[in-house]
Write a protein that binds this ligand. Structure first.
Ligand code: FES
Length: 138
């Protein structure tokens, strides 16, 4: 084997060795189960939660997605897509919840499946605002 062939082969093998494990898994199934025994409170005066002070603001935290739909309404669902477990996000333009993996869409009002591969709706949680504290529960 000539030197340039050896280097080419070594770089190829070395290059493969540094590919992050996450990229090697492709579209493998993630955890699509909804969180259970959810019970936490967010202080909306804290900068990390301040996005929820605006209508159409949303936050993914503790395995759920919290969407402020109006001044008095918060819709909370499992953040794990029911198809293969990818973390969903909220699209204010369409007011739908979107899965980035295979573009499944869910209603932000009901959590129901609108389009795509998800087989079941997102699990819903309750949200109660008391002053600046938002409590989320199963
Ligand atoms: S993981 Fe496939 S549509 Fe969400």
């Amino acid at each position: 084997m000539e030197r340039k062939d050896f280097l080419k082969k070594a770089l190829t093998l070395g290059g493969l060795a540094i590919i992050p494990a996450g990229l090697m898994t492709g579209c493998s199934k993630q955890n699509s189960s909804a969180p259970v025994n959810v019970d936490f409170t967010l202080d909306l005066t804290q900068p990390t939660n301040a996005v929820l002070n605006s209508v159409n603001g949303y936050l993914v935290i503790n395995g759920v997605i919290i969407i402020r739909s109006s001044t008095s309404t918060f819709n909370v669902y499992s953040a794990a897509c029911t198809h293969a477990g990818c973390t969903v996000y909220y699209d204010p333009a369409t007011t739908n919840i979107i899965c980035p993996c295979h573009t499944g869409t869910f209603s932000s009002v009901t959590g129901g499946v609108l389009t795509g591969l998800p087989p079941t709706p997102l699990t819903r949680y309750t949200a109660t605002l008391a002053g600046a504290n938002l409590t989320v529960k199963s």
